[in-house]
Design a protein around this ligand. Structure first.
Ligand code: HSE
Length: 442
């Protein structure tokens, strides 16, 4: 058990000093709403709040509506000021925020951050620094912005055993997949539309390659299973190979394709309790609660032993929704500064091993182009069976010389499926394995 420094609280008569680092979309909104709602927020805290400074990268840039006397380009000086108690980090990136957040925690300041990449990569040293100084590290906004899920996992479900978490935690990819399904448009066209609408960055790879979702999966798995999980522990596959043909085939078969972050606790073949976290395109039945999460919305579906199934839904990105979560954390951190005590910190006591990815089990939708001749189906089926994979459905469509063969498996190990696909590609009868998409939620 970690021994932490006790925070007795400074009482309601001394204002809580706040430093805001960053004035991008979120930073501007945090400052604006904080100033506009200061009175109510102070009532909720039970003490006064004062913004002591706002750190920016470029002081020469005009910043309408910001009290110029608060601006500084020296974040390190600002966080070390004696009258700063809480640092709000909304800069983005990893290395520089890591430096300033660690410095702030070590200097005894509580930190509120919206930075998923930072938390997913460096949770251990951040948590250690917060514990050693007896301060808070809050990051509700790091997973799905406005949707309260970090707090529920940390507090409300602290008495339960979480079995699995399945989330649509990236709005850009959900927008792209949903738009491909509803309009029949291509992946490339919908990525461009996501860029034009401001959902995706000009370089959309953090979203479409799954990295943003993988950081969030690492945070969710850590909280759910009381085990430290970093982004490097997360298997990650993006949506760039999904074609409109895959989407229409899924639709015809009663499924929809979502980029899911999946975190699970299970027993591996050696009998050990292990956990896994993965991000990949996933077929889910159209009546699954996550199937109705459209456009750029996010949702997280949690299953716990006593609570059963819970779903958290809402805006997972954007200035105002992210600010809602940041200010919720700020009120919590400020309350603790005033009245004493700390928020629940990192809980990694369970320290469960990360599963070998080959042991993860799911079902698969395998789409192939095969030669249309006697015995091909038997040959393909025999190969699945020889690799310990049981088939659930098989569908064949005639395409002239060739046939489209779509196989849906029962639950099988990743390692067995990978070996089967490799061998399928070696068969003369198989022209191409067009797609392999995992299937969950039945
Ligand atoms: N780019 C993310 C999304 C939001 O599209 O959901 C920030 O994590």
């Amino acid at each position: 058990m970690t021994k932490t420094t006790y925070n007795p609280g400074k009482g309601p008569d001394v204002p809580v000093g706040i430093a805001i680092l960053g004035q991008g979309t979120v930073g501007r909104e945090v400052l604006r709403i904080l100033m506009a709602n200061k009175d109510s927020l102070e009532h909720r805290v039970g003490g006064k709040l004062e913004v002591r400074g706002v750190a920016v990268g470029d002081l020469s840039k005009p910043r309408a509506g910001v009290d110029q006397s608060l601006l500084t380009d020296d974040a390190m000086e600002l966080i070390h000021r004696d009258d700063v108690d809480i640092v709000v980090e909304v800069i983005g990136g990893i290395e520089y925020p890591r430096e300033v957040v660690l410095a702030a925690l070590r200097a005894g300041k509580s930190v509120v951050t919206a930075n998923k990449a930072l938390v997913a990569a460096h949770s251990a040293e951040l948590a250690e620094a917060a514990d050693a100084a007896g301060v808070d590290l809050y990051f509700e906004a790091a997973v799905a912005a406005a949707i309260p899920v970090v707090g529920p996992l940390r507090r409300s479900l602290a008495g339960d055993q979480v079995v699995s978490v399945a989330g649509i935690v990236n709005g850009t990819t959900n927008f792209i997949l949903d738009a491909m399904e509803t309009t029949g448009a291509s992946y490339e066209d919908m990525v461009q539309q996501a860029i034009d609408l401001g959902y995706a960055e000009a370089d959309p790879s953090a979203d479409v390659d799954g990295h943003d979702a993988a950081s969030k999966a690492a945070i969710l798995a850590s909280l759910a299973f009381h085990t430290r999980v970093t982004k490097d522990d997360v298997y990650c596959e993006g949506i760039s190979k999904i074609t409109s043909d895959d989407i229409q085939a899924a639709k015809a078969a009663g499924y929809t394709i979502k980029l899911l972050a999946l975190c699970e606790r299970f027993i591996n073949p050696q009998g050990e309790e292990v956990i896994s976290a993965r991000v990949h395109p996933t077929l889910i039945p159209r009546d699954h609660p996550l199937a109705s999460v459209n456009k750029s919305f996010n949702a997280i579906f949690v299953e716990a032993e006593a609570a059963g199934r819970l779903m958290f839904y809402g805006n997972g990105a954007g200035g105002a929704p992210t600010t809602s979560a940041v200010l919720g954390d700020l009120v919590g951190a400020a309350r603790n500064k005033v009245h004493g005590g700390r928020a629940p910190g990192e809980s990694t006591y369970a320290n469960l091993p990360i599963a070998d990815f080959g042991d993860v089990q799911t079902r698969y939708h395998v789409d192939m182009q095969v030669v249309d001749r006697l015995g091909v189906l038997a040959e393909v089926a025999a190969l699945f069976s020889a690799n310990d994979i049981s088939l659930r459905t098989v569908r064949q469509e005639d395409k002239g010389e060739t046939a489209r063969l779509v196989v849906v498996t029962h639950a099988a190990r990743e390692a067995d499926l990978a070996r089967t696909v490799e061998k399928l590609q070696e068969l003369d009868a198989v022209k191409e394995v067009t797609s392999v998409i995992r299937l969950e939620g039945e």
